[in-house]
Design a protein around this ligand. Structure first.
Ligand code: SAH
Length: 230
């Protein structure tokens, strides 16, 4: 999979993409993440990328020209399955969307900054808009990192045990059951007996019951969504 990210701050991605699972996925060649600085496509000699908002009001807007020049240049080299704009008014990111995206080959993600991007870019170039939640961030960078992480960990071969992504929360609209590791007893707190029993059938049953109970208690709405999807 190829993920091209357009941003004014490529350096912001250095930390998150260079540790743990994302780092391993890149090293194994399971994903190529390319960062592009929109500023490199400005025709303006001061490399201006933002300007005042027409009609007044506080805050700067990312200009149409450098973003479109950048998009057109990248599009001439790659056919994207989706050109995504990170935006608080986009579709809310869910595990279902991450699953869908993990089946695609070439994705482009545009990160806005300041007041956002000139609406004409959205109208003409963007095929999908994604929000990571009902709150406003300073820029699309952290949102793009969240999307990238959620998608890349689903690619076959990224997690050591492929089933481990399948047993995470939200797959099947259920929350994950509790997990424990050694020691079996810590300061009098014991791991549930069933997990030490070696009885696989009972363990599967227990985990499913725990998942259901946890979902009922914490996110009952997920169970309605599950019913709807059948
Ligand atoms: N004025 C805009 C917010 C701009 S925030 C509005 O009220 O809708 C600046 C940038 O941060 C946006 O262009 C977007 O790329 C990113 N951003 C902010 N909140 C986000 C969220 N919840 N999900 C995804 N991207 C977000």
């Amino acid at each position: 999979m190829e993920i091209d990210i357009l941003t004014l701050f490529p350096e912001m991605f250095e930390g998150p993409f260079n540790y743990s699972i994302l780092k391993r996925a890149r090293e194994k060649g399971l994903v190529n993440i390319n960062l592009y600085n929109v500023r490199d496509w400005t025709a303006d000699k001061h490399h201006k990328v933002d300007d005042y908002c027409f009609g007044g009001g506080a805050g700067m807007v990312m200009m149409v020209e450098p973003v479109v020049r950048c998009l057109e240049d990248l599009q001439s080299r790659t056919k994207y399955d989706d050109i995504i704009y990170m935006s608080p008014d986009g579709e809310l990111l869910t595990q279902r969307i991450a699953n869908q995206m993990s089946l695609q080959q070439n994705l482009l993600i545009l990160c806005g900054h300041y007041k956002g991007i000139d609406e004409r870019i959205r109208e003409r170039f963007i095929s999908r808009e994604i929000s990571i939640g009902d709150y406003v961030l300073s820029g699309g960078e952290m949102a793009a990192m969240v999307v990238t992480d959620a998608v890349v960990r689903l690619l076959p071969g990224v997690l050591n045990d492929e089933t481990s992504a399948l047993s995470d929360s939200f797959q099947d609209n259920l929350l994950s059951p509790p997990v424990y590791t050694r020691p079996a007893e810590f300061r009098g707190m014991k791991v549930p007996d069933v997990l030490l029993s070696g009885n696989d059938k009972e363990i599967v049953k227990w985990r499913h019951e725990q998942s259901l109970e946890r979902t009922r208690k914490r996110r009952p709405g997920l169970l309605d969504d599950q019913a709807k999807s059948f």
